[in-house]
Each structure stands twice: as structure tokens, then as C-alpha cells.
Design a protein around this ligand. Structure first.
Ligand SMILES: Cc1cc2nc3c(=O)[nH]c(=O)nc-3n(C[C@H](O)[C@H](O)[C@H](O)COP(=O)(O)OP(=O)(O)OC[C@H]3O[C@@H](n4cnc5c(N)ncnc54)[C@H](O)[C@@H]3O)c2cc1C
Length: 425
């Protein structure tokens, strides 16, 4: 790789997600060479991917160039590459564009979709972890509506308009709610000759309630909101297979659907080279100590979704959401300053700021420690928090304008099939 060899220590950060970016931003005055490697040249604001999938936002408004975010760092180098392997003993990483040595390595690679070893689902389902995947879902939804409008077969129309979302965590719930809004507010205006009541939205959940990470109260409220929007919720239901447009549920029940979206879980996006003992096998996350050092190493760190840190408050590791990733990045930045000055490191302490999910227009649920509420105020807070968290002033303005436009006009303007969908991107 083309990087200057200097006397400075080299810190390599793999991943420009919430964790990697929050770390790099705070390394401004550090006397070290900072290199970030990511397979995308942009940071993705994953919490709003579902709005790209459902035509509410353009992809550009939820992504931001990494070089631009970190332009103030003069000791900073970005490289667009996929990291394939790490050799912790030789302190080298192997990428799609070459080999690079490091003094300190930070794993901030996040997660990837977990299909639980189901080959058919991995091959045929639509995941939603990246901008291209969200665009694939957008194209799929719109293409299937176009086909349904042109179809003379009742059976085919039913399958094209049958939507299955698997996994009722925040992603599944938000996606199902947004699809229901398309059904009620947008598609009837576009497809005036199509019987829109044939569009059905199924939300499958293996557990006993929607939004398992949130409180029972918020879960109940979200269920009410979803049912009001006509979403058909199937609890304690395991989806076992999806092949040739047929969804099979454990127990044998089947249904036809041409829209099968998988949001049932994630697993760590680990990279080859570490020994098995460094991983929590079931979760594919790197075991780290309270300073985010990967067990067994003092110069390799893991932060964000990929890190597994057991603490008294979080005996099963921190939740895989944006806040722990951001806070771990910030704490590690402070620790790098201490490390280079030979001072003792600060242990990480997570400050839980609560959780929230939106189900659609005027409908959201918020858990703030003991305070749990839902409805218009929760929705307003949800919008404000997400708007403020977006990277870049331009993106904030565009998203604010789009939300205002969509709210006033009951519209979602990004209904474009710019390229045909692919099941994998
Ligand atoms: C659809 C969706 C909705 C979500 N909604 C919310 C929400 O509402 N609130 C919330 O708090 N959290 C939400 N999350 C979770 C949140 O996005 C994650 O917790 C957060 O992104 C974790 O940050 P990270 O930096 O650890 O990983 P990521 O943000 O996933 O970043 C990892 C980066 O590493 C790069 N990378 C990975 N492997 C390689 C490799 N081998 N080579 C090169 N680059 C690599 C990736 O391209 C990516 O840029 C959502 C997640 C998804 C998918």
C-alpha cells in the first residue's frame, strides 16, 4: 500500500462506521500516523436505511464521504480496500490493494447479516445492512408493484403484493411500519387501477413480542401501532425456508411471497487471522478487556458492534447499537493519548442514553431509563435525535426538508427504480 514510512507510530483502523469515525475524529492532535481502511468510501447512517428501502430518503442523504468527515486530520490517510486477513504476530494486514504493517490495530468492522446457516434464505432473502442493499429493496418493492399492475393472474398478483419481514427488532418494526405507510398514503395514488387492499405486510418474530430489546410497555404500544396500520404480526413463529417464492414456517405452513426481507439478526464481521480463543464463538465478536484490548494483545483493540466486553452492568456484552460504538471510539481516542505518553489507560464505562423506534407518522416508542412513552411526542424526539445524529450539515438539511415534504404531502418522493434489484450486493 502506498503510505509514507515515518518515525511516527502507525494506528490502523479497519472500519469507518460509528466506532471507527468517532475514534478517528478525536485523534486530531495525536503524534501518530492514522490510517483508516473501509470497503466503502462513505460512512453509512444505518438507522435510516429503512427509509431508503421505502423511498422516503435518497441514499446520498444518509451516507457521507469518510475523507470529508476526517479532512481536518493532517496525519490521516484513508484507503478504500477490503481487509481479507490479519497476521497479529507479524503485525501485518492483507487487503485487496496490498499489505500494510501496523503498530496499533483497531478492529471496528461491525456486523453482517446472520442467516443462521440457512442456505436458501442466505441466497434468496433481501438483507438491509448497506446502502446498495437498501436500494435493492427499494427496486424490488417498486418492480413488484409494476409487475402486479400488469399481471392478469390473481395468484401472481397476490404473491407480488405479499410482503414478509422476518425479525421484529427495531429494523423489522420500522420497515413494516414504513411499508404500511406506502400502502395507505402513496401507492393508491400511483397505482389507481390496482386493488391496493391486496398488499399484505407480515411481520414474523421468533420470540413472544415485538421489539425484544425494549420494554414490555413499548413493545405493547408498538404492537398497537403496527396493528392499526394493518401489519399482520406473527409471534413465536420461526421462518424456516424461503425458496422459489415460497415462505415455509416451522410446523409446515407455507405462503407465497415475492418480497422476503430478512432482519432477523446479525453476527460479527470478523476477519481471518485471529485464533478461536479471541472470539465469542456464538456471537462472532472479539473478546476485549475494559480498555477494548483484544484478549491476549496489548496493541490490538476492538470497538463497536464487533467488541464483546463483559461488565457488571452488561454481563452479556454491550448492546449492538450506535451509542456503545461511539462511546468506545471516544474512550479509545483518550487512551491512545495516554498509551503514547506511557500513562495508565481509562476503563470504558457505557452511559446508556435509552432506546427508541418509530412505527410511522406520529408513531414512535421511547425507553428512557424509567420513563417509557409512545405516540406523537416520542415520534418528535425520534426525529430530532436522528436528525442531530446524521453526519454533515447538508445531510441534516436534506433529511429535514424531505421529512417536512413527506409529512405535509403524505408522499415519499424517491420512488425510482434506478437499477434492477439484486438479491446480493
Ligand atoms: C438497518 C439497521 C438499523 C439500525 N438502527 C439503529 C438505531 O435505530 N439505533 C441504533 O443505535 N443503532 C441502530 N443500528 C445499529 C447500529 O447501526 C450499529 O450498532 C452501529 O453501526 C455499529 O457501529 P460500528 O462502527 O461497530 O459498525 P458499522 O457502523 O457497521 O461499521 C463497520 C464498518 O466496517 C467496514 N468493514 C467491515 N468489514 C470490513 C472489511 N473486511 N474490510 C474493509 N471494511 C470493512 C464496513 O464497510 C463499515 O463501514 C441499526 C443497524 C442496522 C443494520
Amino acid at each position: 500500500m502506498n503510505l509514507p514510512n515515518t518515525n511516527q507510530k502507525r494506528i490502523v483502523i479497519i472500519g469507518g462506521g460509528f466506532a471507527g469515525i468517532s475514534l478517528a475524529k478525536k485523534l486530531k492532535e495525536l503524534d501518530a500516523q492514522v490510517v483508516m481502511i473501509d470497503r466503502h468510501n462513505y460512512h453509512t447512517f444505518q438507522p435510516l436505511l429503512y427509509q431508503v428501502s421505502t423511498s422516503g430518503l435518497e441514499p446520498d442523504s444518509i451516507a457521507y464521504p469518510i475523507r470529508k468527515i476526517l479532512k481536518e486530520l493532517d496525519n490521516f490517510y484513508f484507503r478504500l480496500a477490503n481487509v481479507d486477513k490479519i497476521d497479529p504476530e507479524k503485525q501485518e494486514i492483507f487487503t485487496s490493494t496490498g499489505v500494510l504493517s501496523y503498530d496499533y490495530l483497531v478492529m471496528a468492522t461491525g456486523t453482517k447479516t446472520n442467516y443462521f446457516n440457512n442456505e436458501n434464505i442466505a441466497k434468496n432473502a433481501m438483507p438491509m445492512k448497506s446502502v446498495p442493499q437498501a436500494l435493492n429493496i427499494r427496486s424490488l418493492v417498486l418492480q413488484n408493484f409494476e409487475k402486479a399492475d400488469d399481471s392478469t393472474s390473481e395468484e401472481e398478483q397476490k404473491a407480488l403484493l405479499n410482503f414478509c419481514v422476518v425479525g421484529a427488532g427495531p429494523t423489522g418494526v420500522e420497515l413494516a411500519g414504513a411499508l404500511a405507510e406506502l400502502k395507505h398514503n402513496v401507492f393508491p395514488k400511483d397505482y389507481t387501477h390496482l386493488d391496493i387492499s391486496k398488499m399484505r405486510i407480515h411481520l414474523f418474530e421468533g420470540g413472544p413480542r415485538v421489539l425484544p430489546p425494549m420494554s414490555e410497555k413499548s413493545s405493547k404500544k408498538a404492537t398497537e401501532f403496527l396493528e392499526k396500520l394493518g401489519v399482520e404480526i406473527h409471534l413465536n413463529t420461526i421462518v424456516q425456508d424461503y425458496n422459489d417464492g415460497i415462505v415455509t414456517i416451522r410446523g409446515g405452513e407455507t405462503m407465497r411471497s415475492e418480497n422476503f426481507i430478512w432482519s432477523a439478526g446479525v453476527t460479527g464481521a470478523t476477519i481471518d487471522g485471529f485464533k478461536e480463543e479471541h472470539l465469542v464463538e456464538r456471537l462472532n465478536r472479539y473478546k476485549v478487556n475494559s480498555f477494548n484490548q483484544v484478549e491476549g494483545y496489548t496493541n490490538i483493540f476492538a470497538i463497536g458492534d464487533i467488541a464483546y466486553m463483559e461488565t457488571e452492568d452488561f454481563p452479556k456484552g454491550h448492546p449492538q447499537v450506535a451509542q456503545p460504538a461511539i462511546q468506545q471510539g471516544e474512550n479509545l481516542a483518550k487512551n491512545f493519548k495516554k498509551l503514547l505518553a506511557n500513562k495508565a489507560l481509562n476503563p470504558f464505562k457505557y452511559i446508556d442514553k435509552g432506546s427508541m423506534a418509530t412505527i410511522g407518522r406520529n408513531k414512535a416508542v421511547v425507553d428512557l431509563h424509567k420513563l417509557k412513552f409512545g405516540g406523537f411526542f416520542a415520534w418528535f424526539i425520534w426525529m430530532f435525535v436522528h436528525l442531530m445524529a446524521l453526519v454533515g450539515f447538508r445531510n441534516k438539511v436534506i433529511v429535514f426538508f424531505n421529512w417536512g415534504y413527506n409529512y405535509i404531502n403524505y408522499d415519499k418522493a424517491a420512488r425510482l427504480i434506478v437499477r434492477p434489484y439484486k438479491t446480493k450486493s
